[in-house]
Design a protein. Sequence first.
Length: 267
Amino acid sequence: MPLLPDRVVLISGGTSGLGAAIARAAAREGALVAVTGRRREPGEALAAELAAAGGNGSKGGKGSKALFVQADVADVEQARACVTAAVAGFGRVDSLVNAAGLTSRGTLLDTTPELFDAHIAVNLRAPFFLMQAVVADLVARQAPGTIVNVLSMSAHGGQPGLGRHVRREVGLAGLTRNAAHAHRWDRIRVNALNIGWTDTEGEDATQRRFHGAGDDWREQAGASLPMGKLGQPDEIADFVVFLLSDRSGVVTGSVIDWDQRVLGGFD
């Protein structure tokens, strides 16, 4: 049996990288998927791919199993409009994944107000208002639901070059727990993943732009890690789908470390 049969799942930042992997995994498990992104071409291509692979959903927009919503979630009204579009297309939203995020570098000493505000807008404010809109829909329908927020291990402190990034991670971890507590009696489960070093298009661009990495950076990175490889988006996607599904039981308010390095462990 699929894990998400006819479940309507909205994924912010779902058109590339980890978000796209989550969209594919959710669709494979029977979900009707709405993905958001700023770029129309990859978003429409992914929606077409998911629709072709999964056939027609029972309650999708015009019978489709997938929907692309072009939006810059840094803008609150565009973020809210994503939920409105998903409801218009599928009739409801059952689950939300906040996967959109900026990863540009900035330390405590060199981060500008503009960079700080940009990260807060995409990485913290957008998840807040997406959660607000989805939870409002669930509460109005008196329906259970699930939310997964994608963070990183930087929530525990992070590298010096991620000074402004850490502020978002800590904030979203707290928001996850607060929302889970506030809506536990509404049967809305809210959890988060602190993901470790992962092989995505965005990470490849970051390594090349900020760290001067060459074509073999993945191999070098893997050799430095216990499991001999970077985390893979499809592995994380399967875990996210599990948390969205009923198979994860009653768990809520958990911020789970998805990494191969153990926090607090020393050699």
